[in-house]
Structure formats: structure tokens, C-alpha cells
Design a protein around this ligand. Structure first.
Ligand code: SAM
Length: 432
């Protein structure tokens, strides 16, 4: 967890806005202890400690009635949009309710503008050059290539320059394609139900909900909706930024609390964790990457699968449940990757011993395993990363300041992938 440079001087939110949100929060019964919110460089708003905080202190308590849940949406509105995801419905409700004039106005005043999503959320990038976001960004054929945005395969499988030529990647694995599909389905429902709603306004609220909801199980409900739909919006707690470890967020029938996981000095930023997410996931879902992330990983299927499909080991791997799902993390390539590489080298009995973890002493193939890993996975992926960085750097230098943040964040992601690959190439062959 990073300690903020206290000499940088946080900019407290505009005094009027800040105090109206504070008094609004108090009126909702939200209690806070030892913290405040302010602008944090490159992170929008965030929460900071006003004094030294001890471990185990309750920092915020948000009572249940202050949450925006599916039940906040009037029944007639819900029925008009059915079937739709909870995210799609909450977005439609907020976007159509003239929120600036409702009781939620002081809270809504703390939410980011569409311009900030356009810079940070990859889903908005293909249309970067256009003045308005239009629904043709949902068209599968809308390509980021025209803007020269090489994404890592986890983010977008249709990225150019895949080293594994011939391998048809599973589109369900691609975060951006999944997100687009979800937005498209929601927008189709909302477009029908609210013909006067503009796509530009809807996507703004859809992304607000996307980046500011928390998992929540409705109390006193007999059948819960699908897991992805168990989400709520929670004032004040939605101002906490993410780290790979953070304070404890707990929900109960009475509402939400945040409790410190450790001590914090006055002026430290206080984080929660949104989950054990890789930086590819954080970039697509939240529009940022962490510079240090213990949960970071990136898939390597697009490199390795081309060497497995239509070969004698494909069926062997499938039968044993080891075909696909390969990745690289801070510890090196995953165990599944090791298994797939060895399937190409070991006699079947030794390979079976390797995956069973029993009496494995056939070390004759270790050098070959390392060489295969380098030639099939690490080398080609490194080449892809270098190529992507070169292109992005060129585009970054030629771009106007409006687009620079997007290029910068993607460059940062590729640099992280390059570092993961370089570490794996140096480190022990067997990762976690
Ligand atoms: C739940 S909101 C947190 C409050 C938000 N910063 C704001 O200004 O309202 C989530 C968003 O905060 C930003 N964010 C959260 N954690 C971050 C981090 N560690 N670094 C940079 N941005 C972060 C991202 O824009 C993300 O989509």
C-alpha cells in the first residue's frame, strides 16, 4: 500500500461542494471517523486519514437506507426495462432521473464527468477522436486498430500481431468484448424503453455504476439474482480508491462499514480492495492499473495454444483438463503452462507422474522445458510487448494532450507485462 507524498498537498474538494456532500451524508445517517475525502493526483477523489488511525478502527458506517439498490428503482420502471442487468437498470434510472435536481444531487456532484471516462476506460477509446460517443462503438467491427491501440490479449483478443498465428482465441476470455456485449444488451433494452435517452448520457451513467458499485446480498430475499446482479451503490464508501490489500469492507443487514486493516498516519491515503484483480481487469473495469499488484497476471494462451491445437498432445491435455487457461504472474508462468510444455516433451507415464506430483525424478527434460517455454511463450510474448510499446510510443508522441492519458496507461500496462516476462525468463521454471 503506497504512502502518499504529504508534501504534495492534497487539494480539498471545492469548499461548497465538499460541505454539501458532508452534510448530505450526515443527513443519510452516514458516520465517519478520522477520515476525509480530497483530490488525489491521477486518481480522482480518494479518502485520507485526518489523524493517526489504529488497526481495527471503524472509519465509515453507511446505514442500509442510504444505499441505492435495485429496490430504490420504482417497480414500474423496473418492469418497463425487464429483462436487464442490475447495472443496466441502475444506470437507466440515474440517467433518466435528472439527478442534478434530485435528493441525490450532493452525492452525484462527487462523481466523475464523462470526459474522465473517455480518457481512462478502454471501452471508450475507439471513438476517442469523435466529439460524442455514439452507439457504433458497440459494433464488433469498430476497431481500435484505426487508432493503433494494441491491447494485451486479456483485454482484446482481436489485437493485431498475435504470435500464435492460426489459433482462434475464445472471445469469451476477452474482457473488453465481454464488457461491450453487456453494454450492448443493456442499451438495447434502454433504447427501447427510453427512446429519448442519448447513448452518450447512458454510457456515462453505465460507467459510473460500473466503477462505483459494491457486491451486496439483499437481506430477507428468498432467491438471490445472479452474482453479477448483486450490486449496490454506496455513498461515501464509493470514494475509497483501490489497492491490492486494504481496509475491511463488511456488509450486514444494517448496511456497510469500513474498518482499518492496519495503522495509518495522518495524511496517508486509505484504501479498500475491490478484489484480487489483475491489472488487465482493473484497466477495463476501472480505468487504471496499479504500479505494484500482488494479484497481477496475464494470460499466455494466445502464445502457447498455437503449439498445442492439432498436435498429438491436444487430446492428452484436454482429457487431463489442462488444455488452455495458461497465464503468467509475479511468480512466473503458472503450473498449467508447465504441464502443457512438458506434455510436448515427456513420455506419457512421466508426464502423468509430473501432474500427479508423484515420484517425479525425470529431470532429463528440464533444459528442453525451459527452451520450449522461451521459444513458445516468453520470447514471442516479449516480442509482442516490444512491438506494442514501440507503436504506442510513436502514437503517444504524435498525439494531442487529450489522448495522452489513454496512451500513457496502455504503455504502462505493456511495460508491466514486459517486466513479468523478463522476470519469468530469469526466474525458476516452475511458477506457482
Ligand atoms: C469507487 S471509485 C473511487 C473514487 C474515485 N477516485 C472518485 O473520484 O470518485 C473507483 C474509481 O476510482 C479510481 N481509482 C480507484 N483506485 C485507484 C487507484 N489505485 N489508482 C488510480 N485510480 C484509482 C478509478 O478511476 C476507479 O474507476
Amino acid at each position: 500500500m503506497s504512502r502518499l507524498d504529504k508534501t504534495a498537498g492534497f487539494k480539498m474538494e471545492g469548499a461548497k461542494r465538499a460541505s454539501s456532500f458532508r452534510s448530505w451524508s450526515a443527513a443519510q445517517g452516514i458516520t465517519t471517523n478520522g477520515i476525509d475525502y480530497c483530490e488525489i493526483p491521477n486518481s480522482g477523489l480518494g479518502i485520507v486519514a485526518k489523524r493517526r488511525l489504529e488497526a481495527g478502527e471503524e472509519l465509515v458506517n453507511v446505514p442500509f437506507p442510504a444505499l441505492v439498490t435495485i429496490n430504490t428503482v420504482p417497480k414500474a420502471f423496473r418492469e418497463k426495462h425487464n429483462p436487464i442487468t442490475t447495472q443496466g437498470l441502475l444506470a437507466a434510472f440515474l440517467a433518466s432521473s435528472n439527478i442534478e435536481k434530485t435528493a441525490y444531487a450532493p452525492w452525484a456532484d462527487t462523481w466523475p464527468a464523462l470526459a474522465s471516462f473517455r480518457e481512462s476506460m478502454p471501452i471508450c477509446w475507439p471513438q476517442h477522436r469523435k466529439a460524442a460517443l455514439t452507439q457504433d462503438l458497440l459494433d464488433e467491427t469498430t476497431s481500435h486498430h484505426e487508432w493503433d491501440l494494441p491491447f494485451p490479449s486479456a483485454i482484446d483478443h482481436s489485437s493485431a500481431n498475435f504470435p500464435g498465428a492460426g489459433f482462434e482465441a475464445d472471445p469469451n476470455l476477452s474482457l473488453l468484448q465481454k464488457q461491450r456485449k453487456k453494454l450492448k444488451a443493456d442499451w438495447e433494452r434502454v433504447g427501447e424503453a427510453l427512446p429519448n435517452m442519448s447513448f452518450e448520457r447512458y454510457i456515462h451513467y453505465w460507467l459510473l455504476v460500473n466503477t462505483r458499485t459494491f457486491y451486496f446480498e439483499m437481506p430477507n430475499v428468498r432467491t438471490h439474482p445472479p452474482r453479477d446482479d448483486r450490486i449496490v451503490m454506496c455513498p461515501f464508501i464509493d470514494l475509497f480508491n483501490h489497492q491490492d490489500t486494504g481496509c475491511n469492507v463488511q456488509f450486514a443487514d444494517t448496511g456497510y462499514t469500513v474498518t482499518t486493516d492496519r495503522t495509518y498516519d495522518a495524511g496517508d491515503q486509505v484504501y479498500v480492495s475491490y478484489g484480487r484483480h489483475s491489472n488487465d481487469f482493473l484497466l477495463v473495469e476501472y480505468g487504471f492499473v496499479l504500479s505494484s499488484n500482488r494479484w497481477d497476471s496475464t494470460p499466455v494462451d494466445h502464445c502457447l495454444m498455437a503449439h498445442l491445437v492439432n498436435t498429438p498432445v491436444e487430446e492428452q491435455l484436454r482429457r487431463a483438463g489442462y488444455l488452455g487457461g495458461y497465464f503468467l504472474n509475479n511468480d512466473g508462468v503458472c503450473y498449467r503452462t508447465q504441464v502443457a510444455v512438458r506434455a510436448q516433451l515427456l513420455p506419457e507415464q512421466s508426464w502423468n507422474d509430473f501432474i500427479a506430483g508423484r515420484n517425479f525424478d525425470d529431470t532429463r527434460h528440464e533444459d528442453q522445458a525451459q527452451a520450449l517455454l522461451a521459444s513458445q511463450v516468453l520470447g514471442p510474448y516479449l516480442q509482442e510487448a516490444e512491438g506494442a510499446l514501440e507503436r504506442l510510443q510513436r502514437s503517444f508522441e504524435a498525439s494531442s494532450s487529450t489522448f495522452r492519458r489513454s496512451y500513457r496507461i496502455l504503455i504502462q500496462r505493456w511495460e508491466q507485462i514486459r517486466a513479468l516476462l523478463q522476470r519469468a525468463a530469469k526466474g525458476p521454471v516452475v511458477g506457482s
